[in-house]
Design a protein around this ligand. Sequence first.
Ligand code: ADP
Ligand code: MG
Length: 563
Amino acid sequence: MPRWDEGPLVGRADELARLMAHVDRAVEGRPSAVLVAGDAGVGKTRLLDELSRRAAERGLRVLTGHCVDLGDVGLPYLPFVDLLRPVVADPELAPGLADHPVLAGLLTGRPGAAAVPTDEVDGGSPLARGAFRPPADDGRLQLFEAVASLLSDLAEDRPLLVVLEDVHWADRSSRDLLRYLLARLAEDPAVVVVVSYRADDLHRRHPLRPLLAELVRLPGVDRLALEPLPASDVEALVRGLASASGGVPAATVEDVVARAEGNAFYAEELLAAGLAGEALPMGLTDVLLARVEQLTPAAQQVLRVAAVAGRQVRHELVSAVSSQSPQETEQALAEAVHHHLLVVSEDGRYRFRHALLREAVLADLLPGERVRLHAEVAAHLAAHPGAGTAAERAHHARESNDLPGAFSASLEAADAARRVGAPAEQLQHLETALALWSAVPDAAERAGREQWVLLLDTAAAARAIGELHRGVGLLRSAQQLLGPDGDPEARARVHYTLAQALTRIEEAGEALRESTAAMALVPADPPSYRTRRAAPRDGVTGAAARWRRSSRRRPAPPPRERK
Ligand SMILES: Nc1ncnc2c1ncn2[C@@H]1O[C@H](COP(=O)(O)OP(=O)(O)O)[C@@H](O)[C@H]1O
Ligand SMILES: [Mg+2]
């Protein structure tokens, strides 16, 4: 079978012309951006691939980043890591990264580069809702600025087309970075940014909605709605594919065109189902499942494993989880690729040809089967640390009801998110860990800290992304947990942190009460603290400042050598 996505592009002349006009603008030194909306399967990727090809012919450098459906996995900045992968891999460009050390942690996995401070006091003010800037105090600004200036540097050398695909799946940190990049677009003369998203997936409370509303108000940002293809174009598409496969009866072509309703993906899948001699089924999901059922049981099993495993799968994982020999797996994968259900990435990993296919396979799994597959994927990832991230391990552990495993992996994932400067995902993982705490018998031991300390850490992450009320709520929980008879030092620390948090949400009276309570708990011995200078910035007392100092982590002193 020929590769479907290598056939000629049908129609879309107007849309391409509009997009190419933006490319021309970039060449002339006038930056712009386009938000491309369209239903799943309508042809966004195909159109943007064509645009990329033509832009490259015009001399532009093209960088593409894909967002993938990770559900609640919470892996930050994935599309930008994807986008910048060619820069890291290019021996000419990679040295330029040295100018942006804060990026190294993100792009090379080297930790520590963009860590968000967790227990330092910042004195930040509440962020106005929807304010058009990233919170300046959360440690991300440096990272955002590094990405922006890296793109500027690249564009100075050659005009740049940045394509970000499927941003309806973008994580929160990536959405914030996208907002930042588009807001400062005017500073990068030779850049055009094209963003695609699924219009049919944006339910009313989808987090992309408010961002889109903000972005379209920016100067230079345009919107392009990709409508279904006209019937004549679908017919051209179907005839082209059919003739490449030896031709099909005219009635089949007609039937496919009538049913596809302008959706290119649907047309292709209908045709493939029809080609295999099936009576054409009704809805898209049925069509896709009919296609899957045409495969051997081994290949179907491989698809189920791939669907559960997530974004991309390696041969080894499929082999381990599907309990097939490497040769059987090889054959099954080859079959799925041959039938245009999976595609092989450049790095040899497998993914579904289209997200709609994965969704159909996933939805068709029986609950017990799904849990079992998640458990096996989790076990494989635990045994092969390089095979996945902590966030993915946490996800599979959670989905297979391994709560202690999910707890530990979530804490690891939180730490990983903190290290790359992604407080939103850090918060998400910490909150997951908190929710699991009572279900994990040795939680404190696994976490290496008491529950109230974890609450404090979570509150710090909430503050870092401007969720100040959430932070106060978490601190109140810590307070409740310690109760009136808890360790005075711990209680004083919570009172003090609360005083700070309340100051930020302008609850001065409450803040004063908390700082007074903190002070009352400070032991009288040693007495010197009461005479120390107060910390006027937050209106918090000297006693509280002492707690602040003691709460900072200091490196442990070196062990004394025995004589
Ligand atoms: N204009 C077109 N001409 C030819 N094939 C197309 C066209 N639009 C989409 N396709 C094909 O339809 C399938 C789905 O398109 P895709 O671009 O992946 O959709 P989307 O990204 O909107 O979900 C792909 O196999 C693609 O090659
Ligand atoms: Mg697509």
